[in-house]
Design a protein around this ligand. Structure first.
Ligand code: NAG
Ligand code: NAG
Ligand code: NAG
Ligand code: NAG
Length: 426
């Protein structure tokens, strides 16, 4: 244990929370394992069906005043425009985006649209419309409050979602939670299309339609997981992250990142750093250099809460995926301690574990750092109250919507440091 001594007084708490998709893993060809639309297109088109689907939004800049709207049209590209207006305002504005298609083995995607709406007002509800001139569909979102230390903000946490009945239960529980999440921090593994033959990319389409009921109305902040890699040289697909990169956008350029898989945003009281467990992170790599430059930029008087998202947890006492996050931990943990990262959210293990202040690496029995763990699906809420306090709660799918299976207060590392070595026999 001597090797781990330096870490026993780490001043951040590492939170693993996990979710979904065991059923999907086993159930690729099982009927009922996913959600398959019964819609069959008629041979002759009578009237155009509403074409736009898979509508999703994410933050589009560094401060929270821009939104990237994405959607897919299957048969024709349609308009690239988004029309948007403030609630109670008659003044409509429009923005124009770009459209792309991609091929993956023998799959050809629909027309994928991405359009960034900029210069929005903070803390304001907007309506927006896609499918202009054809079959308009209207959605809405609320912008975050102006970046600042004492603005409350509530994040939802979901990862490893997939598209099984359990996935639907997770999303429903998130939606019905009496504490309403305003933005989802998604910790990787979206559609699990790669579990199907030839990474059947129609599963990306069905996933996009499944989550639209949430992703069209609040931003989901994307982290890549192993199921986004889609590296399949055996079928000629050698560009990692191809489907993800075509379908999902992240505002990485706004934080001077050079790739969409690692980036940062500010949102209300939080500074969120997204890392990629599946991109190079060793010394001298682009991700390493970016993070090295990034951490000193965080001004805790402006954004007291420093949150990191990544897919493969650094502390995980389950046998499944055990130690996969270890090399990244060794690289970056000292920085996280130095810069007082408040919380790291990870996914990947499909069960739930919260690491307490004591950080050791062992497998069985349950190590000291694992304050609470269970193998179940669910979502979490990270409810920032002010610069000192945030309330974290974990909700399992088996419980009623309002039940917290596990919860705790988080105290800000800069504004309310507490001595976590207390009670821990080092
Ligand atoms: C792609 O190939 C698979 C197997 O080779 C086949 O089952 C499927 O129908 C093909 N899909 C398309 C769109 O051609
Ligand atoms: C998914 O959840 C929604 C909301 O609870 C429900 O209306 C719908 O029937 C569910 N879908 C399936 C396929 O179970
Ligand atoms: C990105 O780099 C530019 C030019 O060096 C700098 O002005 C800007 O502040 C940087 N943005 C962030 C978010 O670090
Ligand atoms: C911050 O929030 C906590 C929890 O709601 C509360 O106890 C505390 O008084 C708040 N601090 C300030 C300065 O308002």
């Amino acid at each position: 244990m001597a090797a781990f001594q330096p870490h026993t007084k780490l001043s951040f708490i590492f939170c693993v929370f996990l979710v979904q998709s065991l059923i999907l893993k086993q159930g690729v060809s099982v009927n009922g394992g996913g959600i398959t639309s019964k819609f069959v297109r008629k041979v002759e088109k009578a009237i155009d069906m509403p074409l736009e689907s898979d509508v999703h939004i994410t933050q589009g800049d560094h401060e929270g005043r821009a939104v990237i709207v994405s959607w897919v049209t299957m048969e024709e590209p349609g308009s690239k425009k988004v029309i948007y207006w403030k609630v109670n305002s008659k003044e409509k504005k429009s923005a124009s985006g770009k459209v792309n298609k991609y091929k993956y083995y023998n799959y050809t995607s629909g027309y994928i649209h991405h359009c960034t709406i900029k210069h929005l007002e903070y803390d304001t509800k907007y309506y927006y419309q896609v499918g202009i001139g054809q079959s308009p569909r209207t959605f809405w979102f609320s912008t975050p409050p102006k970046v600042g230390p004492d603005v409350p903000y509530t994040f939802g946490l979901i990862g490893d979602l997939g598209q099984s009945y359990d996935s639907n239960a997770t999303l429903t529980h998130y939606e019905k939670n009496p504490t309403k999440g305003q933005t989802v921090l998604f910790v990787g593994d979206l559609s699990y299309a790669d579990n199907y033959p030839n990474h059947d990319n129609t599963r990306w389409d069905t996933w996009g339609r499944f989550v639209e009921r949430s992703t069209a109305y609040q931003p989901w902040i994307w982290t890549v997981g192993n199921h986004e890699i889609d590296f399949a040289p055996e079928i000629g697909e050698t560009r990692p992250f191809k489907p993800f990169k075509n379908r999902y956008r992240t505002p990485y350029k706004a934080s001077n990142s050079t790739a969409p898989f690692w980036y940062s945003i500010k949102r209300g009281p939080a500074y969120i750093i997204v890392l990629s467990s599946y991109s190079a992170y060793g010394k001298y790599t682009p991700q390493y250099k970016w993070l090295e430059d990034e951490l000193p930029k965080v001004d805790r008087t402006e954004t007291p809460w420093l949150i990191v998202l990544l897919h493969s947890p650094w502390y995980n006492s389950y046998n499944y995926h055990y130690m996969e996050g270890e090399t990244m931990r060794v690289m970056y943990e000292p920085w996280f301690v130095q810069y007082k990262v408040d919380v790291v959210f990870a996914g990947h293990v499909h069960a739930y574990e919260r690491s307490g202040p004591r950080l050791l690496v062992m497998t069985e029995p349950q190590p000291d750092y694992s304050a609470f763990r269970e193998a179940s699906f669910g979502h979490a809420i990270f409810d920032i109250k002010n610069r000192t306090h945030a309330y974290y709660s974990w909700h399992r799918n088996q419980d009623g919507y309002a039940v917290n299976a596990d919860s705790m207060w988080f105290f800000n590392r800069c504004w309310h440091p507490v001595d976590e070595s207390t009670g821990v026999d080092v």
